[in-house]
Design a protein around this ligand. Sequence first.
Ligand code: ADP
Length: 401
Amino acid sequence: MKVLVINCGSSSLKYQVIDSDTENVLAKGLCERIGIDGVLTYQKTGADKIKIEAPMPAHKEAVSLVLNQLMDPETGVIKSIDEIEAVGHRMVHGGEKFACSTLLTQEVLDTVASVNDLAPLHNPPTLVGVAACKELMPTTPMVGVFDTAFHQTMPAASYVYGIPYEYYEKYALRRYGFHGTSHKFVAKRTAEILGKNPEDINVIVCHLGNGSSISAVKAGKCVDTSMGLTPLEGLIMGTRSGDIDPTIIQFIANKEGLTLDETMNIINKKSGVLGISGVSSDFRDLGDAAKAGNERAQIALDAFAHRVVKYVGAYAAVMGGVDAIVFTAGIGENDIGTRAAIASRFGYLGAEFDAEANNIRGEEAFISTPDSKVKLMVVPTNEELAICRDTVEIVNGLVAK
Ligand code: ADP
């Protein structure tokens, strides 16, 4: 089955066509500057990347351009739209309503829209993307795969905030967690690599990218994760602060004469390792700057690693022990130095770091010594493939009914 996987942002739309039988990516790309002017990037696997400037006043035009490109007689991968048998959409926030992926019926879409308050930046664009696809492919089944779903198994002790309970009851203010598709994929793959049943192991997944989060996966189920009501909580990220004393927001707003929205913009977009270093949010730039003697870049890298180490310790404690600590996403898969700065500090848990084995990028590997009691691993994530798999499972279920 050929599955179109869509990840829609407010002005961008990432897509992949995956053949679910072979799990090969047939083509992928990105629409950018939707609503501004419009740039389409397209790459058929094995061929050169194509970049086309084309007007994209809204998401519908972007999806239409993608479909036309996919059917291009020379560079396309399908002959007609009907060859796309299902579309899998990355959905950000499902609130408490979705603990697994689901067919996107109108009723489901209305339910997603009802939690828009919880993710005002992320949910509306995904719904616009789904509507655009439905209009252009009215008979093709659409499946929603939620970033929050995997974390719905967290117990109340993990998800409740220390604020009046009525706010949870009235507004569903609680911790939800994100990157769930990645955490689930990596935790499952970890068990496979270890030749274990997921129910028999405790895994800590460190998804370290531009946005970063950690999850504690006990016996195959998420019991805690570092992001909260929004992706702002937890680790120090590229541009997000992660955990801070909330009073800081009031303090900055007062001292700098800023509105709450302006202050939140600083906490979301100008903080994290970018804010600390003043150099960049990209770890490659930070590594280069630190090597060249930039002290603040080094502090940013140290602070990032420190917080990851702290969360891993906390999650080992929460689960009463850990069998594997796993690194994934842009930094986790590729940044050898940052990984070493973190992974070398779990000797007390029984994880013996192997510096030589750590000398790899973007591939599955053990980075602990062969006889290490607790395994340190790199397991590349693949959120698009995870979305494709869930989509196929749900669509096949429909056929079976
Ligand atoms: P996103 O959250 O945008 O999906 P990614 O998971 O793609 O982020 O991670 C992006 C980050 O990964 C970059 O900002 C960069 O800091 C880091 N990264 C990617 N490749 C490397 C590399 N070779 N060395 C160090 N850091 C890298």
